[in-house]
Design a protein around this ligand. Sequence first.
Ligand code: ZN
Length: 288
Amino acid sequence: MAGRGAWYAGWVPFVPLTIPPEDDATAPAPCRWYTVRRAELLVVDGEGDATAARLPQPHPQLATASDTEPIFLGVADAQPCWAQGVSVEAPAPPGTRWIPLLALSVELGAEEWAVAGRAVQLVEWHRTSRYCGRCGRPTIAVPTERATRCAACGLVAYPRLAPAVIVAVRREGEILLARNARFRGRMFSTLAGFVEPGETLEQAVHREVGEEVGVRLRRVTYFGSQPWPFPHSLMVGFVADWAGGEIAVDGDEIAEAAWWRPDSLPELPPPTSIARQMIDAWLGGGAV
Ligand SMILES: [Zn+2]
């Protein structure tokens, strides 16, 4: 994580930084503000085609509702990006409204949604890391990296990231999709679960699939990954082949699971999710 950098020079869409670039007095860049209430983002009413066009500047009405310091995120399209947390009771100022981050995934597109997700995740981290986990005294932000330090005992803490594996299991032209007991409606998705301390990603894949549906796997291979800021996951995608065992759902986390053919699929996750990307790749007969 860079503290201060000028190497971005507009050739990558977003560069994470912890220290704002020096102001250019002749042409100050307008700042982009991500105002965050829980996992909701404040946006300007109406349909917009880009995040920047829909993000309101800080509103005086919300000044007293702030519950974090402004958090510098980095630079996107030469614009400094800031996040600001506000309390859960904060109303939307006139002409704006709160929208859940999850509901914006399709509208914003992957790159802009990722910056918004970073804002939500870092605001939540600031809210929950004010005190040292070891001695309970207040922490201060480390300016040169994304970390806090305890002023009393010196403990340094970094943003929490919880890796989770997600796996598309295939068997002779079929794919294993399950309905999580927490899903709303009738959506089915690939199996997923958190990695435990001391475990490799591959071991987590075998364990989760074994625990949730009682199926054994072979040829577990990496597919890709996706930040999932609800509140701080990193989804690590794999594909695998069925190696044995019939589906037996755990009845706790998984309500239903079955093998599905391409011509009779159930309701699927949104196209922006890595789960859907794995399913679509399998349908396309490409790498999966
Ligand atoms: Zn401490």
